[in-house]
Structures are given as structure tokens and as C-alpha cells.
Design a protein around this ligand. Sequence first.
Ligand code: MN
Length: 342
Amino acid sequence: MSTAIGSVRRVGTEETFGIPELLDAWRGLSRSVWASQDLELVRSSGMSYHGQRLMDGLLELGEGRLAKMDEVGLDFAILSLCSPGVQLFDPETASDMAELANDRLAEQVRAHPDRFGGLAVFAPHSKRGVGEIERAMTDLGLNGLIVNSHTDGHYFDEPQFWDHLEAAEALGAPIYIHPRTLPDAIGGPFSVYHLSRAAWGYAVETATHAFRLIVSGVLDRFPKLQIVLGHMGEGIPFWLYRIDYWNGKHQGNTAPKLEMKASEYFKRNFTITISGVYQRSSLDLSLTELGDERIMFATDYPYQPMSEAVNFMDAQTHLSRETLERIMFRNAERVFKLDRGD
Ligand code: MN
């Protein structure tokens, strides 16, 4: 049974942009001797055709971006600043850059409210980040937050970030935890074969962040906090049995005692997107584990072409119309409050 797929609204939830000031600041850092594997992309970007095309794609917003969306029938894009966002900078520089990037994003959303939404960045390592979360969600009317995994090797289960989490929970702001490379201190084994990036290291890093949020008990402290993970949940749906089995033995011994099983937090506090994982068995496994209200469409543009995501979902003719609509737009409308009307 095939579905009349052409008429289903498409809302992309991981649609990336850059601003010139951010890319310039990264280029400045990349001239240092800092061995951060996050800077590899910047160091190589000016030297290759692919790298330059990526930078051009990141900077293209407004009519240019809308034309790209129209080519593949992407109705709405929730834009977010490219990884690793502001998190390479010192707290003050990061806070200034976050405010600038969020202002630019809000301009795009205001100019095209029927085509663009946006996720705000903030400085996790500054108390100014808390104020920026509030400003972005109220004054700027953005749809949620994005963070690029660790900040200086620290993760959101640690108490210095709880004010940020508390603000996000209170404002109903979902936090998209997007990948970056692993912290410098543990990145050594990932420094060869381009391991540190999207082929493998990103998933290791980002799944680790999510796992820490679950097993630390921080989601008992912030039970309404909503987290979004891209790349089909960074592999976590595949691991739920093993996570429950072993964390169940660790709870109350070598890990905090939780109110629920680890997998139950994943099903209550997390929504995943399909960005960059166009593999039917992975989608079907995720649907089996999470149900169809916890999976959202995303294209990962400009790192991958929008058409790959669109063509993949167009081929999923085994899904019911109801499930397809939830993945393609209804879940995003609920999670990111796209109908807030401001
Ligand atoms: Mn991505």
C-alpha cells in the first residue's frame, strides 16, 4: 500500500546555518596550535572544493536557502547554528557570539515565519547563557535550543549547568544535543582515519552525553526537560536492552538510584531525528522501540543534501499515513511549538 506522499508536509529539524563572524572567529582559532579536532574542518575548509561549498551552504539563508528548500519540497526548516557553535570560545566571547547569532536567526524567522523556525545557541560555560536562553525563548520567540555536546570536556549532568537546564525546563525549551568531536583529553584514539567526526566519533560523543543525562539522575531533578538527538538517536535505540540490563545492576551501587529504568527516561525525555541516517532498518527499529511520536524528519543540510532525506522518507511506503505525518511534521510542531503564533 503506498501513501500519497507528495502531499505530506515536510518540516526539517536539523537545518544548519553559519554567520560570517562565527566562521571568521573559528579561522582565527584555527591558526593557533590548539590541537582540537573540532578545528580540523576549519583548517581544511579553505583548501578543498567540498570545504568551500560547505561554507557557502552554511552562509546561504533568505531567498537562496528557500530556493534550495523549494527544489526538494521542504516546507519548513528549523534552523540552527553550525557545530561546534560558540563552545570553542571563552565564556564572554561565546556569550557575545551567541547573542549575535540568535539575533541573526530571529531576523530570518521574522522575515519568513511560514518557512523558518530556529533553535538558539547559548554559552553553557557562562551564567550569561541562562539569560540568553530566556531572551531567545521569550523576546526572540525561537523554538528551542541547540548545544554541541560537551563544553571544555564537561557535560550537562554536572551541577554548573543546572541553572541552564532549569531555565530550559521552565520555558518548555527543548535542547537539541548536536555532535561535536570528543574532548581533547580523550580524543587521541579518534585522531586517525577521520574517526573523530561524523563516521563514528560524533555518535560516541553525543550518545555519551545523552547517557550521562539519563544515568546521573539529572532527569529526576528536571523531569519535564526535553532533549532532541539527531542521527537516529546517535545509536541509543539499538542499545536500550543492554543499557537497562547493566545500568539496572549499577543503580544504587556504582551509579545513582533512579526513579525509573534508563530506557524509560529515553522514551519520556528524548525525541530523535533521522538526520543523516537513511537506513530503513534503523528507522524501523527506532519506531519499534520509541513509537511514532518520538521521531522527527531532518535533512542535516548542508552537510548532506536535502534530497537524500526527502528521497529516503518518500521510499518508506510501508508506514501508515498517520505515522508518516507524525515523523514528517506533527511531532516537530508539538516538540518545537511551531504553532505558538508569534
Ligand atoms: Mn548533523
